[in-house]
Design a protein around this ligand. Structure first.
Ligand code: ADP
Ligand code: ZN
Ligand code: ZN
Length: 712
């Protein structure tokens, strides 16, 4: 008998190591290779895993090893993808198996379906290629060819092309306000890259909502290329097929959200990260990776170019471009000639900005908008322009309260309030809903504490604002766009289309309307609750607010062609003097970034230092804090808190309680990347010794280590 073949397989469990299995070549048909996706027995069940090592030996008794039961009909994951997975696993302190396996679509995790899927994919493919041949290539309005580019765009394209011919790593930042033609530049650039028939390009976008629009534009540039879209909003089946086409190299263009960043792409030649500053690139559960950062690593590893594009770059990227580490490309004009929107700060503390009882312009029904804003909406309606009114709160009212006692609609499971939703929004009747744990309750008819029947709402959300706008402007066509309205009969895409088609005069919505969409007739944008994001314990809050406001301002007056200032953005605030607003007023993105750079430098905050977080979740805050304090004590005791490493005291999270679980965190910081990495790895070892997976054996406390957290 020949010597046995042993393979080491990793599975999706919070474990540092893999498991040995026997490979029976006659049963599986092939020799094992690292990167093979297999099915293995695991406890009483079977799991999908990946081969990470092949050998003739095992540290365990070979007689007792179980055999691999199935081999997936997929090519082994290519070496570059394996390097990426290994890096992600190490850098983000996450097991290799629990890094790799979640990137495989669900459809490929049931071995009984494997043959069926392939049978389905192949005929489906055959049909599609046939159909495509008769289809004329589409050159829709989104197509701006190379000859149409303006000077700044041409220059940027030239620089990008120069960087992509050399087979070396080159990161570039393409900075330019919304509408300056960044997308047109990178799509023209990708034409060069994709000139080689087999090459693949990865385009990352922060949100699902942005994919359909970009998909159409990409299609216009590449009518003959196979493009697949990867995000969590598509069906499992579609995603499974798209992933297959990406990993087998059949698809040349891969457009997707952060999850696409970890898709194996054997012929990857270029990467684009659109809206690179967007926090959605950070995964917030499981392995907490930054898709942007991994994309940069991947480009570096593969020696290929990567383009980061944004109107408001992240401080990290902007500093890299300033220092010359990244190539800095800029577009300083709006492509279609439109000027920048006028920014108006409405000081809501100023009595002149409020309606007084005798005011002639005062609307007949009550509305919580300031006087200048009501006037501006009136003008916009007269000019037949659309208005966008943004408030980052969905629901009717954020809190229900009792007028007789101090009762407030607190969530019993979370440290937050239950939001009132009006009838028809989440059910047939009005309800209270917790946006953190999902608890939904009927509206009480009486105060649960004192029995008073007169319950009042406090504050307003999109639904209440929609109601009052409809009352003040009964002739106007009002549309509400938030995650509740887009989940109902019409999807987000259809709601956006209504705006594009001009079927709406006033749009009320959350941030989700403001992203990426190229609306042509918006004359006015109003932001009502910017202040709520002004004072936050999170040091990145101002940066984020600034990016959102610039984004929002970019929606106004895109279509005006006269080069004049066009469109207006109104911001209601009690603090017009705040730096965020002042830089916005001057459209000074670089000024704002320098300002926060010096603040961060002084406070030694990222990107001037590096951070990690240890999260702890327990039944009570005391236990969570106790767990982290004891960890800190042990680190100190073992001499692991070396010079330069700052381990802060554990603190409750700003959102302390979610779904009955209380949460605390410990910040670990260093000016030296390597030192932080070593410390986090030591913490991981220390915690793993006393845990089962990521749950401590003694107190059953769930812990997690996060590298480069983006919210603290
Ligand atoms: P960004 O990505 O910076 O927001 P886009 O590439 O989407 O900018 O361009 C904004 C709008 O201007 C789009 O409608 C696009 O088709 C158009 N556009 C881009 N470049 C040009 C150009 N050189 N001439 C005319 N229109 C252009
Ligand atoms: Zn009461
Ligand atoms: Zn809750």
């Amino acid at each position: 008998m020949s010597s046995p073949i042993v393979v080491q397989v990793v599975v999706d469990k919070p474990l540092a190591q893999g498991f040995d299995y026997l490979w029976d070549k006659s049963a599986l048909g092939l020799d094992p290779e690292v990167g093979h996706i297999v099915e293995v027995p695991f406890g009483p069940a079977t799991l999908v895993g990946m081969v990470i090592k092949v050998s003739a030996h095992s540290d365990f008794d070979i007689e007792k090893l179980k055999p691999v039961t199935q081999l997936a009909p997929l090519p082994p994951m290519d070496p570059a993808a394996l390097r990426l997975m290994n890096f992600a696993s190490q850098y983000y302190i996450h097991g290799l198996g629990e890094t790799i396996i979640p990137t495989i679509p669900q459809m490929w995790k049931k071995s009984s379906d494997w043959e069926k899927i392939l049978a389905k994919i192949n005929p489906a493919e055959a049909k599609k290629t046939k159909k495509k041949k008769v289809e004329e290539p589409v050159r829709s309005e989104g197509y701006i060819g190379e000859s149409q580019l303006n000077e700044a765009q041409e220059e940027a394209l030239k620089q990008l092309r120069a960087s992509s011919t050399q087979k070396e790593f080159k990161a570039s930042l393409l900075q330019g306000q919304t509408g300056s033609g960044k997308t047109a530049v990178f799509l023209n650039w990708l034409k060069t890259v994709l000139g080689d028939e087999n090459s693949q390009a990865l385009i990352l976008v922060p949100e699902i909502n942005l994919t359909p629009q970009l998909e159409r534009r990409v299609r216009a540039y590449f009518p003959d290329k196979k493009m697949v879209v990867l995000h969590s909003g598509i069906s499992e089946k579609k995603r499974g097929i798209a992933w297959y086409e990406a990993v087998t190299g059949k698809a040349q263009i891969i457009l997707g959200t952060r999850l696409a960043a970890l898709t194996p792409l054997p012929n990857l030649r270029a990467i684009v990260v659109d809206e690179e500053h967007d926090p959605s690139y950070k995964q917030q559960d499981g392995i907490r990776y930054s898709a942007r950062d991994l994309a940069v690593w991947r480009a570096h590893d593969l020696k290929i170019p990567i383009l980061l594009s944004s109107a408001t770059p992240s401080l990290e990227t902007w500093m890299a471009a300033k220092s010359g580490r990244y190539q800095y490309l800029r577009l300083d004009q709006r492509a279609q000639g439109a000027g920048l929107p006028r920014v108006h700060l409405i000081n809501t503390r100023d009595p002149q900005n409020q309606f007084s009882p005798g005011d002639l312009d005062k609307p007949a029904t009550k509305i919580s908008l300031s006087k200048p804003l009501v006037g501006a909406i009136n003008r916009s309606l007269q000019e037949k322009k659309q208005s966008l009114v943004l408030i980052n709160r969905r629901g009717y009212a954020p809190v229900l309260s009792c007028g007789a006692c101090s009762w407030l609609s607190k969530c019993q499971q979370c440290s937050s309030y239950m939001v009132m939703h009006k009838a028809g929004a989440l059910g047939r009747k009005p309800v209270l809903s917790c946006h953190h744990c999902g608890l939904v309750k009927p509206i009480p008819s009486h105060c649960p504490d004192c029995g008073n029947a007169d319950l009042k709402t406090l504050g307003q959300g999109t639904q209440k604002l929609e109601d009052s706008i409809e009352e003040v402007w009964p002739g106007a066509r009002v549309l509400r766009v938030d995650t509740d309205s887009s989940r109902k009969s019409k999807g987000a895409e259809e709601l956006f289309q209504e705006i594009h088609d001009g079927n709406v005069d006033i749009v009320v919505g959350t941030q989700m309307i403001a992203k990426g969409h190229d609306y042509q007739n918006i004359g006015l944008v109003a932001v009502l609750d910017a202040d709520s994001r002004l004072f936050s314990q999170d040091f990145r809050a101002a940066e984020r607010l600034f990016a959102q406001l610039v984004q929002v301002a970019g929606r106004a007056g895109r279509a005006s062609k006269d080069g004049e200032e066009s469109g207006d953005i109104y911001i209601e605030t009690q603090f017009p003097e705040a730096a965020v607003f002042q830089y916005l007023l001057r459209h000074d993105v670089d000024g704002f970034l320098s300002h926060i750079a010096s603040e961060r430098d002084e406070a030694k905050l990222p990107p001037f230092s590096y951070q990690g977080l240890v999260h702890a979740e327990a039944k009570s805050l005391d236990k969570a804090i106790g767990f982290l304090s004891s960890l800190k004590g042990r680190l100190r005791g073992q001499g692991l808190i070396t010079q330069g490493l700052r381990v802060y005291d554990p603190v409750p999270k700003s959102m302390l309680r979610v779904a009955g679980i209380e949460r605390a965190q410990l910040v670990v910081e260093s000016d030296d990347r390597r030192q932080l990495q070593d410390a986090l790895e030591a913490i991981d070892r220390e915690l793993r010794d006393s845990s089962q997976g990521r749950i401590s054996k003694v107190d059953r406390i769930r812990w997690l280590i996060e590298r480069d957290p983006i919210s603290i």
